[in-house]
Design a protein around this ligand. Structure first.
Ligand SMILES: Cc1cc2nc3c(=O)[nH]c(=O)nc-3n(C[C@H](O)[C@H](O)[C@H](O)COP(=O)(O)OP(=O)(O)OC[C@H]3O[C@@H](n4cnc5c(N)ncnc54)[C@H](O)[C@@H]3O)c2cc1C
Length: 467
């Protein structure tokens, strides 16, 4: 049988699914082809003996009206019954490990004054932020500014070492010296660019002052959520909302060709190993960037895509461990702990998963999600469980053997928006211009968070509909 639909989407991660969702909302015919056996990509959850382990993301930060609407439409909004969970109040507290001990990040000026995380000189240096001029290196041909240089320039070295550096490990598992602040943290960069200071910029936005209006889709306050059966419940619900026959799993693409300047002809084997063909006006590539080079695309297109497919993405391992509550000395009263680079820890950080959301561990037990690897220490992704247990003992006073363990190794965890990232954007634009109907979607463009991928997917759906 030959399929005919307006749009084919390769990859049913959250990016591809949100594109499909938006197309379907607009009665725009589409077919999603996924190579694995289920929807979700990085959003995968395992439940066993009362524990819930996330393989990838542990939460979704809802900060956009359109994401909110999707959650409502799929019955996954926290206001609708018990499927969604809002993070417990405790999750507001975050720890940073300094001199072998987790210290709470200050949340008030008095806390800032008292915290041992920053030196007295460092604290005084923060106060100068509104008086620091903006970066002019781009106009002067000096190139992108790294996140590390940006923080050092605006807030001083103490802030980089004690808070901003660990924060980058937590989000990108990245090297702050090699991430472009303009591309990896566009909100910070925009605040400096438009207001000269991100402290003044944040205040101006809050009070709706200054040159840049508030994003009309932005929700304030944002909320951190997950789901009773884990993060995978979200892509499963979106996939189920698509009409029957619009989402296929276990598909292996055999050939992709463009005929003339419009039709894309695809050949693939389906779930039953049968060969299928289809012709589509639009082709959305929503596979991970490192998989692009393996697609059976025309050779010229593969070559043009090489800056995208070769984008660095370090390995990260997520090890979820369950313990009896009495075996952990630390109160675990927070989101988790990030670790300063100077601590030379084998871990990037630890999420206190059962403190963030209910239902992550049986009664009187706790779940800790330990992340290791990343750009600075990629080989730590191979640390064995005992190395992690020793570190948990040192930092959180964890004794006794774990009653649960689940390990996921991501060879290409998070694409790094590094100092030469502009060439990735240029390559994407060239490909989309040169191949009409081709669209690239995924966490390698427009943000790596689940929320960003959702917004970008929804916007892409809207763009295709409006063409
Ligand atoms: C360990 C870890 C922790 C994270 N934590 C957080 C967090 O707490 N909060 C947060 O917001 N974000 C987090 N992220 C980031 C976020 O989860 C990802 O950026 C996002 O889920 C990526 O979605 P995607 O759809 O772009 O790609 P993917 O999820 O990778 O989906 C791509 C899909 O394409 C499919 N595919 C591959 N090849 C083919 C092919 N040839 N044909 C068809 N289909 C194919 C794959 O099977 C997959 O389903 C984390 C990521 C990781 C790895």
């Amino acid at each position: 049988m030959e399929y005919r639909a307006n749009t084919a989407i390769l990859g049913a991660g959250i990016s591809g699914l949100c594109t499909a969702y938006q197309l379907n909302q607009s009665n725009h015919d589409c077919l999603v082809l996924e190579s694995s056996s289920e929807a979700g990509g990085a959003l995968k959850s395992t439940q066993s003996n009362g524990y819930l382990a996330e393989h990838g993301p542990n939460s979704l930060l809802v900060k956009d009206q359109r994401v909110n609407q999707l959650l409502h439409a799929t019955g996954l909004h926290p206001e609708q019954g018990t499927s969604a969970q809002t993070a417990n109040a405790a999750a507001k507290k975050r720890y940073i490990v300094h001199n072998g001990k987790p210290h709470a990040m200050p949340s008030s000026p008095l806390g800032m004054f008292k915290t041992p995380l920053f030196s007295s000189k460092g604290k005084l240096r923060f106060a100068l932020e509104p008086f620091i001029g903006r970066y002019r290196g781009l106009e002067q041909g000096l190139g992108e500014e790294s996140f590390a240089d940006f923080v050092r320039r605006r807030l001083g070295p103490d802030m980089l070492a004690s808070a901003a550096g660990p924060f980058v490990s937590g989000i990108y598992a990245g090297d702050p010296e090699n991430l472009s602040v303009r591309h990896a943290f566009p909100r910070l960069w925009n605040l400096e660019h438009h207001y000269g200071s991100f402290i003044l910029g944040a205040l101006a936005l809050q009070f709706k002052l200054g040159p840049v209006g508030k994003n009309p889709n932005r929700l304030s306050p944002s909320s951190m959520i997950s789901f009773r059966n884990g993060m995978q419940q979200l892509p499963s619900a979106i996939a189920q909302s698509l009409p029957p026959g619009h989402f296929e799993t276990n598909c292996q693409l055999q050939n992709i060709q463009q005929h003339g300047s419009s039709d894309w002809e695809l050949t693939w084997t389906d779930n039953n190993k049968q060969c299928q063909q289809g012709v589509f006006n639009n082709l959305v590539l929503a596979v991970p960037h490192h998989q692009l080079a393996k697609l059976p695309l025309p050779a010229d297109l593969l070559k043009s895509l090489s800056p995208v497919s070769s984008l660095a993405s370090p390995p990260v391992t997520s090890l979820v461990l369950g313990f009896k509550r009495e075996d952990v000395r630390h109160p675990l009263d927070g989101f988790g702990m990030l670790i300063k680079q100077s601590e030379a820890s084998p871990l990037l950080g630890v999420l206190f998963s059962s403190s963030m959301f209910d239902g992550r561990a049986p009664d009187q037990h706790v779940t800790l999600t330990c992340m290791m690897g990343g750009s600075l220490n990629p080989h730590f992704a191979e640390n064995d469980d005992q190395v992690v247990l020793d570190e948990l003992k040192r930092l959180l006073g964890v004794e006794g053997a774990p009653s649960f363990r689940h390990r996921t190794s991501w060879q290409h965890a998070i694409p790094q928006y590094s100092l030469d990232y502009q060439k990735v954007i240029d390559a994407i634009q060239t490909c989309e211009n040169d191949y009409p109907g081709l669209h690239l979607a995924g966490n390698y463009r427009g943000g790596i968070s689940v929320g960003d991928c959702m917004v970008n997917g929804l916007e892409l759906g809207q763009t295709i509909v409006s063409k």
